[in-house]
Every structure is written in C-alpha cells, then in structure tokens.
Design a binder for this molecule. Structure first.
Ligand code: UDX
Ligand code: UDX
Length: 477
C-alpha cells in the first residue's frame, strides 16, 4: 500500500469562512479536471476552486504527496494552491449547493452496449451528474461542459436541468479543454485559444461573460474566442480529428517509404516546411494512443452516420483504420525480421505510456503490441520511467510471460530485441553499446518512434528497423 499524507482535515472548514470573489466547482478530478482547476486556482488566488469526484481514492490521492496523474509542473502549482484556494473533497452534495459556477469534467467513454456500441459516447455519467446538480441545487447556476462531448449534449443537459422548480435557472456553456497530456501545464498557462460556446440569449451571453472574466485573468483577450454552443462542441471533436488525421496521413506514407527508398523524416521535413501545412504532428510512429483521439474519431463517425452522411463517416473512419493498420504492420515486421518466430525469445519494450511525459497508458499502442508479442509466446520485459503501474493493470489477466523492470539496462540484458514504443527523451541518451553488449546476438532494434540514432546503433552491431526508413541490417539479404 502506498503511504499517503492527507492534508485536508480542517481545510474544508476554513475555506467556507473565507471571503472569495468567485466560487467555482469542478465535478470530475481526472486528467482534465485536476490540472485545469489547479491552473484557475493558481492564476486567480481570490477565487475558491473546489474539485469533487465520485471516486474517493482519487480525492485522497489529490490530497496526498503523490498526485494521481503525472504531469510535469503540476506538483508545483498544486503545492502552491492546495488548502489555500484549491480544495479536493468528497462532499459533492454540499459543494453543488455552495457553488454557482460548476465545471463538469467527468469521463465520456465509448459505449460498450446497445445502440451505437463501440462508436457513440456513453453519456450515462454526464446524465447522472446533471441529475445530481438538479437534485442538490438551491440557487441558479452556470454549468460548464469541460469534457469532450457529442454535438447537442447541451440540449439533453438543458432538458434535464429545465425541470428545476421555482426560480432556479441553469445556464449551460461549452468550454472544451484543448490541453494535451505531458504538456498540460504549459498548454493551460499559454493556450492557443480558449473557446467558450453559449446560447445566444441574454442570459447565455451573461453567463459567457462570467466565464470570460475568469480566463481573462491570464489569457490575452484575442485568444478567448466565443461561438454558439453547437460550434463549440463540434470544434473540439474536429480539432482532435484533424490532429489524428495528420498522424494517420504520415503513418500511411511511412508504409510507402518502406517499399520505396524514401525516408519518412526527410519527406515530413520537406512537406512540413510548407507553411500552409506546418511541421507539427508529422512524426511517423506506431500510431496514436491516448484517451481522446480514437474515442472522438469514433464519435464523429457515429454522428455523421446518424445524420445519414455515410461518405463522411467512412472518410473519418479510415483515420482509425490506418492507425490499427500501422500497429499490425509493426508487429508483422518484428515477426518477419526475427525469422518468423518469437516463441521463447526475450523482447524488451522501452516505453509503455501512450506518449512521453505522462504515466497515462489509455489506448496506448503498447497494450496491443505487448498482447500480440505475448500471443506469439515471446517473453516480454517492459520498461518505462512512469507508466509501469498502469502497464501492469492493462496487462493483468493476459496470459504469458511478462516482467516489469524500470531500469532500461537491466530490462534489456539477455534480450533478443529492443522495441521502442514511447518517445521518452531518456531513450535517446541511453548507452547503446552497453545495452548491446548484454544482449543475445544477433541483436534486433525496432524503433517505433524514430527517436534514436539508427546509424550509430547499426555501427555498434544492432540490426535496426525504423519506421518509414530503410532497414539497417547486417544480414546478407
Ligand atoms: C475524460 C475524457 O477522456 C475526456 O475526453 C473528457 O473531455 C473528460 O473526461 P479525463 O479527465 O482524462 O478526461 O478522464 P478521467 O481521468 O477518467 O476523469 C474523469 C473523472 O470523473 C474520474 O475521476 C471519475 O471518477 C469522475 N466521475 C465520473 C465523477 O466524478 N462522476 C461521475 O459520475 C463519473
Ligand atoms: C490530444 C490533443 O492534442 C489535445 O488537444 C486534446 O485536448 C486531447 O487529445 P493527447 O491525447 O494528450 O492530446 O496527446 P497528443 O500530443 O495529441 O498525442 C496523441 C497521440 O498521437 C500520442 O499517442 C502521440 O504519440 C501520437 N502522435 C502525436 C504521433 O504519433 N505523431 C505525432 O506527430 C504527434
């Protein structure tokens, strides 16, 4: 059991006695709710920000020395604000009563049952939260959608909340969060834009102005943009769809590069220097992971087919298809290069998180790739600086021989192959000569992120297989 130092206790009692200019609540203390509220508390010391969650362990973790999410810079701002104007508590009922501005940041996973299974968003947590707000409210409130939601969710929310009795009125705003994990703090501190969608009624515009006031404390006015509520909901889905599409586009070309003698890094560089295209999100790899891209893409696909736009749905679905193809291609290449059998061979996976600088492994390509390697009866040794606990949970129940070793040198010792799956900086700085010396020969290196010096590793003696570049092999044909 991990030891946790609780710092709450009297803090909740103190907070209700202090005078704060605004009182803000967030329901959902996850990767989005926690960091985004910490930033508001940090930038607005005269506002009281409270975060609640149905999961008591999450709240305990936010109140402990070991936060539930790893995010560079997050510890620092939580330490500066927690117990002063940032509070994490389990008392959802009273907090709904006390606060007039409520952000909702609960999860919206893909439905696993019924109509729209494997495609549509499961809105049951959202609906439960709306009913909770309705039940415990004693005054009018602004309810802000922070989760990424299917278009028209606000309409359903509005219908539930409209059944409030007496003079209580709820105004719904959409304020999607665009931060990415691993860079959440800098994204929140200096976002490209903040988007606020509202109804274009008098009360809608008033609520919108109230939210603008919060962000205007640290974000220049030209970066705070407004729209109608549906545009705002749709923009978040589309932004993620465009980013995911870029990753699938470059990955599809990486397959072509491997057939010709082109090099994907050279192609990406030349293409990205066109400033109409830009150079971001052009790194070929093993495909995108994370809690958002696949879910949001599938939501978009579902939305399009719901409205009868089958061609549009098929277009966006192909982005997900290429992502799966890229992972299958990667596995097939490992199997093929290692003489068609992995049975009994030791494979070291470097990196399990879905990207660098996070402990998050949701939808990480590493899950699928590890499962496939285990199914081929390989012995899998997984190394990651932050994500081993999540990796062990993801693979629990999967049959096969798997070990978790944080130190990459120890993990690689005695292995037949190294497989790089996450773009952690530390992998670029490894002493590959030392690693090579302790491996079984011939030693294989599959760089699923194109992050290491391939020529150098080839010179050391590795057979190197990057993505979208010619293989560097010591074998004669
Ligand atoms: C998730 C989605 O991934 C993202 O698309 C969406 O925009 C917001 O929700 P994230 O913060 O990463 O983002 O999710 P997660 O870390 O799972 O946090 C959600 C939290 O809400 C959990 O801690 C969960 O316990 C809590 N929750 C869920 C409630 O407090 N009440 C509920 O009814 C359901
Ligand atoms: C994404 C969006 O970027 C963010 O705006 C939104 O709020 C949530 O979803 P996130 O999933 O945290 O953020 O990470 P992101 O940096 O977008 O990476 C997603 C996946 O794409 C990762 O697996 C990453 O490794 C992969 N990726 C990204 C590539 O394979 N190549 C690239 O060039 C960029």
């Amino acid at each position: 059991m991990m030891k946790r130092i609780l710092i709450t206790g009297g803090a909740e009692a103190i907070q209700s006695k202090m005078k704060f200019k605004k009182k803000i609540l967030c329901i959902g203390a996850g990767y989005v709710g926690g960091p985004s509220m910490a930033m508001i508390a940090y930038k607005c010391p005269d506002y009281r920000v409270t975060v609640v969650d149905v999961n008591p362990d999450r709240i305990d973790a936010w109140n402990s020395a070991q936060l539930p999410v790893y995010e560079p810079g997050l510890d620092k701002i939580v330490k500066k604000t927690r117990g002063k104007n940032l509070f994490f508590t389990k008392d959802i009922e009273n907090q709904i009563k006390e606060n007039d501005i409520i952000f909702v940041s609960v999860n919206t996973p893909i439905k696993t049952y019924g109509a729209g299974a494997d495609m549509a968003a499961d809105l049951q947590y959202w609906e439960k939260t709306a009913r909770q707000i309705l039940k415990h409210s004693r005054s009018s409130k602004i309810v802000i959608e922070k989760s990424t939601l299917p278009v028209k969710t606000a309409l359903a929310m509005g219908k539930i909340l409209a059944s409030a009795k007496g003079k209580i009125k709820f105004e719904i705003l959409s304020n999607p969060e665009f931060m990415a994990e691993g860079t959440a703090i800098s994204d929140l501190e200096n976002p490209d834009r903040v988007l606020i969608g509202s109804y274009e009624t008098k009360s809608g515009l008033k609520a919108r102005a109230e939210l603008i006031e919060i962000y205007a404390r640290w974000i220049p006015p030209e970066k705070i943009i407004t729209s109608n509520i549906w545009s705002s909901e749709l923009s978040k889905l589309v932004a993620n769809a465009f980013l995911a599409q870029r990753v699938s586009s470059i990955n599809s070309i990486s397959a072509l590069c491997e057939k010709t003698d082109a090099d994907i890094s050279e192609v990406a560089r030349a293409v990205g220097m066109d400033n109409r295209i830009g150079d971001k999100f052009l790194n070929a790899g093993i495909g995108f992971g994370g809690s958002c891209f696949k879910k949001d893409m599938l939501n978009l696909v579902y939305l399009c087919s719901y409205y009868g736009l089958q061609e549009v749905a098929a277009y966006w679905k192909s982005v997900v298809n290429i992502n799966e193809y890229q992972q299958e291609r990667f596995i097939a290449n490992i199997l093929d290069r290692m003489f068609g059998t992995l049975a009994g061979k030791k494979i070291c996976i470097l990196g399990f998180a879905f990207k660098a600088n996070t402990s998050d492994t949701r939808e990480s390509p590493a899950i699928y790739i590890s499962q496939k390697l285990l199914a081929e009866q390989a012995q899998v040794i997984i190394s990651d600086p932050k994500a081993l606990k999540n990796a062990a949970m993801d693979l629990s129940g999967i049959k096969g021989n798997v070990k978790y070793i944080e130190d990459p040198y120890r993990a690689a010792a005695g292995c037949h192959a190294l497989v790089i799956l996450t773009d952690w900086d530390l992998y670029q700085k490894l002493d590959f000569q030392k690693i090579y010396s302790a491996m079984v020969k011939p030693a294989f290196l599959f760089d699923g992120r194109n992050i290491i010096d391939h020529k150098k590793c080839f010179a050391i003696g590795f057979n190197v297989y990057p993505i979208g570049k010619p293989a560097l092999s010591h074998f004669k044909n």
